[in-house]
Ligand binder design. Structure first.
Ligand code: PDD
Length: 277
């Protein structure tokens, strides 16, 4: 297995992080997870755009253009023979004596990428998953794909301990997003998902789904929805790079639609499958 470290593809076991890397000490960096289907990176341009935007929003400037990053990732895929799986990529502010203040001078960011083999989650896609509700305790810049994921981790762990796949987070009465996914409901036949603002990550999969709705005349709207609307929803599903369009069939122990995926969710899964072929 190989990994990408600062522009070079090296043995994964040789790719090491310094104890004073700011990503390691402060979570001072951003990341992306990119899906690979049949050896091809799905929605790569969108991921790279978000990566650059996340980095810029915390004052990290990447030393590579999107074209260079594309080439580097492609070479990594080939080196690792990755057919189906994910690429994890992150950039940190680099290595410097520990200080909350950003380092001055020419500290190069640390860029790392590696691949993870993994098949599509066919069982979850077919039967759906269960979720819990939890208060969203995260910061107010959830639009940045930051390495700081403690709030997300605590939420996901809580779900896992209750035998659930995802934690649906809410700020007061408003549903925001999952711990590592975006959340959608269907109400009166309309697909509803939180608008992409500072309170959620603008999911690449979410944007693919919105496009699919528009192209296929499925009514869709981006707006905040409440816990009450979630409770009364005809269908609920989540989306992410790794989970695609996953039906949610129960929340806090209460079944949705007798615990079977709904027709609009299934239609969107079908349309999504066509995108990744
Ligand atoms: N997570 N919201 C959060 C908080 C996320 O962490 C993710 C993705 C999403 C969905 O975004 P996208 O469709 O671009 O994957 C929404 C990735 C997969 C992860 O951290 O593993």
């Amino acid at each position: 297995e190989f990994a990408l470290l600062n522009g070079e593809i090296i043995e994964r076991s040789e790719a090491k992080v310094d104890v004073e890397d700011r990503g390691y000490q402060f979570g001072d960096g951003v990341y992306e997870v990119i899906r690979v289907y049949n050896g091809k990176m799905f929605t790569l341009a969108e991921h790279l755009k978000r990566f650059v935007k996340s980095a810029e929003s915390i004052g990290i400037s990447l030393k590579y253009t999107s074209e260079q990053l594309t080439d580097l990732l492609r070479n990594l895929l080939i080196k690792n023979n990755l057919v189906t799986g994910n690429i994890y990529m992150q950039v940190t502010r680099g290595i410097a004596p520990r200080n909350h203040v950003f380092p001055t001078g020419n500290v190069p960011p640390t860029l790392v990428a590696y691949t993870i083999k993994g098949v599509r989650p066919l069982d979850n896609l077919k039967t759906g998953v269960r979720a819990i509700l939890t208060e969203d305790i995260r910061w107010l810049r959830c639009d940045i794909k930051s390495l700081n994921l403690l709030g997300n981790l605590l939420a996901k762990q809580k779900a896992s301990e209750q035998g659930c796949f995802e934690a649906i987070q809410h700020r007061g009465q408003d549903v925001t997003e999952g711990s590592s996914s975006n959340i959608f409901i269907v109400k009166n036949g309309t697909v509803i998902t939180h608008e992409s603002n500072n309170l959620i990550l603008k999911g690449i999969t979410k944007d693919v789904i919105l496009d699919l709705c528009i192209k296929n005349n499925i009514p869709v709207i981006e707006r905040t929805f409440s816990l009450a609307e979630l409770d009364e929803a005809e269908e609920v599903f989540l989306s992410s790079t790794t989970a695609e369009v996953t039906p949610i069939i129960g929340i806090n122990g209460k079944k949705i639609r007798e615990g079977v995926p709904g027709p609009i969710t299934k239609k969107l899964q079908e349309l999504f499958e066509k995108e990744i072929e």
